[in-house]
Design a protein around this ligand. Sequence first.
Ligand SMILES: [Fe+2]
Length: 246
Amino acid sequence: MSFSFFKPRTVTPDLSFIGVDMHSHLLPGIDDGLQTPEQTVAFVKELHTLGYKKLICTPHILSGIHDNTPETIGNALAIARKALAEAEVPVVLEAAAEYMIDDAFERRINAKEKLLTIGDNYLLIEMSYIAPPFNLNEVLFQLQVQGYKLILAHPERYNFYHNNFKQLETFRDRGVLFQMNIVSLSGYYGKEVKKVCEKLIANNMVEFLGTDMHHQNHLNALKSISSTKEFYNTVKNIPLMNLSLL
Ligand SMILES: [Fe+2]
């Protein structure tokens, strides 16, 4: 009689099939992510070991809390790049932003301010976890009229859609791409979030996988899930677009 069923199916982590991370908070000292260039170097080394070739950092732009601008982000990117060059870490580091849909963001859209984008004009947006913006449809429409290709960050994490999957499908009808957090699949954010992830994958509603890396717990969770065979089986059929950003 075999008890192999009970053995954890561990594998050597290899996230090179993702290759490019397009959602992280690795730039030092400008949001609730990493705080020092030394931390940035340490985390980038770890992500390189996991198989990433390019990391596109997306600091929060969140009015009154993380009031980042192209200047603050550009400065932090320069500091991080310098530290990585000195440490000889062979990873390409770039930066865009994760825009919270709030009043200040709407003012930027109305002023047709040039927003920070990923690759070929992709814009990473997020919403409050408490409630969706009341004028969400108008915001999405205006952004699309201005030529942005929209990526909604971690659709699985908006609890108010957990019992209203139809609303997530509405985003898709409007042409919004979805970025799932890898660690959501491990149950890091709870069972409900994990269930929504599985449903999104089953319904072919995921284009990008992201780390949304902020701190050591996220890194530990990422290393842990990427060491399981189950993870690779779960994501193997996702038509991922991450490598198109290389
Ligand atoms: Fe994020």
